[in-house]
Design a protein around this ligand. Structure first.
Ligand code: FMN
Length: 177
């Protein structure tokens, strides 16, 4: 089972990226988790750049989405909303067939951010008819370094939450395939 894990932060020392990279190590045999942490490199979406004008980097991302059995998005909240970079990525996906039936789940590396999460749930359930709202992993990692995130997530309490999330996601995807 292939999972594409998209980090919504362009920050080098991002807690969301670090969480996804640690989850990559915890993925069970039979599941590969590929982390996309290049959100800052994507061009700004414009309908003028769709179809034959689609930039190569976007085509590569869409191919990754297409090949994945499921997508995870882990994003910070910026100014009580979805960060512009993440919304930009989502805008690129909107008119694409690849995203429509794709199972998508949310991960969140913060104990705050309810406004972003509410908005993200609305947006993701609009672009995919398989947004898995019931599969949600949230760990309080704000302000931690990537090394601290890795160490914390490997602690039994957090590790068991990651395992439970990945197992639930895997079961749900398998059930619908
Ligand atoms: C421009 C900016 C705006 C932010 N706005 C909020 C906010 O509205 N609510 C919140 O809980 N945190 C806010 N934060 C804090 C980030 O969401 C938080 O530090 C998060 O853990 C960063 O994720 P990252 O480590 O993956 O980059 C903001 C941070 C920045 C840089």
């Amino acid at each position: 089972m292939k999972i594409l894990a998209i980090s919504g932060s362009a920050r080098r020392a991002s807690t969301n990226t670090a969480l996804l990279k640690t989850m990559q190590e915890l993925a069970s045999e039979g599941m590969t988790l590929t982390v996309f942490d290049q959100i800052g490199s994507l061009p700004i979406f414009s309908p003028d750049l769709e179809e034959k004008n689609t930039p190569t980097i976007i085509l590569a991302l869409i191919a990754q989405v297409d090949q994945a059995d499921g997508v995870i998005i882990s994003s910070p909240e910026y100014v009580r909303a979805i960060p512009g970079g993440v919304k930009n990525l989502i805008d690129w996906m909107v008119s694409r067939a690849e995203i429509i039936g794709k199972p998508i789940a949310l991960v969140h590396a913060s104990h705050r951010g309810e406004d972003m999460l509410t908005s993200m749930r609305l947006v993701l359930s609009t672009i995919s008819n398989r947004f898995l709202d019931q599969h949600f992993l949230r760990l309080p990692l704000v302000g931690k370094s990537p090394e601290e995130v890795a160490a914390l997530v490997m602690q039994p309490e957090f590790k068991s939450q990651v395992y439970a999330f990945l197992q639930g996601l895997s079961d749900e995807i398998a059930r619908c395939q």
